[in-house]
Design a protein around this ligand. Structure first.
Ligand code: ZN
Length: 485
């Protein structure tokens, strides 16, 4: 398993380089180099030798509990990977490559027609993948399961169905209030000052820079090669202060999780994160529950002022807090506030279900998208670039990924509530710049377990109950009451 992990992480290293420092002309060969390593890793993992080894270990009674868990999870992964033939994986990979480039061209030209045919072909392959993987009730369940084990349409319909009216009611309440001023966020923030601010911030929040580094990329991401080398990236927009700051804290949350995974389980399931939604819970917890709290800025506004003395000269923590938490229906998911964000996810979720069941065709996607934005957020979509072409996910074939974002936010609120209860005076600690106790709690209750437990199990262990969206609604209501007086 170590050799397979080595191949996978070598591929990840090439990807990191591709997104950060690779000169543009390196792209063509780089795609091929990554594909070769991925194929090698897939072939080794799905080989007869791996199968025999796992079968032997499954009946080996001398293994410790954690060794048994590793074998059990490897067996699950093996069977999942084995359901797709090498020929199918190759076909899918080619289709994804083609559709990604078509999406880039379509987005740049704001012309959906350039993407439509490749998208439809990719959807049909994903439908085939769902058949190969097998499912109960809805083909989309097979794809959901890839990103969140055990997640189903029935469960998500219920979750979003309960969430939507509560969010709508909150949105209506804040929309009739006077909006806080956000003017001071739209000034000029030089690139170099933003970078040094971002680096100082993640270090202050206990990102281990001896086991990681931060660089610039087009889209921020976290990538790990082992628990002692976890890298993050950020992007800088000189006209928008928010963009970099909260993406920095978000990726930091992902990175702290990876740095807290048991290093001795390298290459094994117990050395991996529990799930995508649990990963997102960690990023959202730091970004929103901590990084968008009043207490946090009571401590960090003076430090921010050192980096931008002119821009924040007159700003008080409470005004800052109000400005960064303003709620407003908008077009772009990644720029959405904590409330309306989930409408963006629900829209994608509903459309994905229809695309995968076949009741919606790619050619009808823009119209369905625009109608959904009108219906759920009350806004008109002016062009495809700001509409159905905004996210990369579908061009990658990642159908079923979006719901994990909402699940992550809800887990975050519930986990943060449990941590606050356990720590006692967490708000005061955050206001004093002491986030180590929170990190210690997360290390103990979430990080160190790796993939030992699924999302739901881990949530119960850490918080005492299964996922309950009411924690999120209570968190949001409390925050918006402060923001909007
Ligand atoms: Zn994230």
């Amino acid at each position: 398993m170590t050799a397979i992990a080595d191949l996978r992480y070598a591929s990840a290293m090439l990807q990191w380089d591709q997104e950060t420092y690779m000169p543009p002309n390196g792209a063509a060969r780089r795609g091929q180099q990554i594909a070769t390593l991925d194929e090698q890793a897939h072939a080794q993992f799905t080989s007869d030798e791996t199968k025999r080894l796992l079968e032997t270990l499954l009946t080996d009674n001398s293994l410790s509990a954690s060794q048994q868990k590793n074998v059990e999870l490897c067996w699950y992964d093996f069977n999942k990977a084995h359901k797709l033939s090498a020929a199918f994986v190759g076909k899918l990979s080619l289709c994804i490559n083609k559709s990604f480039h078509a999406w880039v061209a379509a987005k740049n030209a704001d012309d959906f027609a350039l993407f439509e045919k490749d998208l439809q072909a990719l959807i049909e392959l994903k439908q085939e993948e769902a058949q190969l993987k097998g499912y109960v009730a809805h083909p989309y369940n097979a794809l959901l399961n890839d990103y969140e084990r055990g997640s189903t349409v029935a469960q998500l319909d219920q979750l979003f169905g309960g969430l939507e009216p509560k969010l709508k009611a909150l949105l209506q309440t804040v929309q009739i209030q006077q909006q806080p001023s956000t003017q001071f966020l739209q000034q000029h923030f030089p690139k170099a000052a933003q970078m040094s601010w971002g680096n100082a911030l993640v270090e202050a929040l206990h990102y281990d820079t001896q086991s990681g580094r931060q660089d610039i990329s087009e889209h921020p991401f976290t990538i790990n090669f082992n628990a002692k080398d976890v890298r993050i990236t950020t992007r800088i927009d000189e006209a928008d202060f928010s963009n970099m700051t909260w993406s920095c804290i978000h990726e930091l949350g992902h990175a702290l999780y990876e740095q807290g995974l048991p290093d001795e389980e390298y290459g094994l399931p117990l050395g991996e994160a529990a799930s995508l939604s649990m990963h997102e819970s960690q990023s959202r917890l730091w970004e929103n529950c901590v990084g968008r709290s009043l207490e946090f800025w009571q401590h960090y506004l003076p430090m921010l002022r050192q980096h931008f003395p002119e821009q924040f000269k007159q700003v008080e923590p409470l005004d800052f807090y109000r400005a960064i938490n303003i709620v407003q229906p908008s077009l772009i998911r990644t720029e959405a506030d904590e409330l309306t964000y989930h409408f963006h996810v629900m829209i994608r979720y509903e459309l994905e279900k229809e695309l995968i069941s076949g009741s919606l065709k790619a050619k009808d996607l823009p119209a369905a998208w625009n109608a959904a934005y009108q219906q759920k957020l009350g806004i008109a979509v002016p062009n495809h670039r700001k509409g159905c072409l905004q996210d990369v996910h579908w061009s990658h074939g990642s159908f079923g990924y979006f719901p994990t974002y909402s699940l992550g936010s809800m887990y975050a609120a519930q986990i943060f509530q449990a941590a606050s209860k356990a720590i006692g005076d967490l708000p005061q600690k955050i206001a004093a710049g002491q986030t180590q106790p929170l990190l210690d709690w997360l290390r103990l209750n979430i990080h160190r377990h790796g993939r030992q437990y699924g999302s739901e199990e881990l949530c119960i262990l850490a918080t005492g109950q299964p996922l309950n969206p009411d924690s999120f609604i209570a968190y949001l209501t409390d925050k918006l009451t402060k923001v909007y007086n």
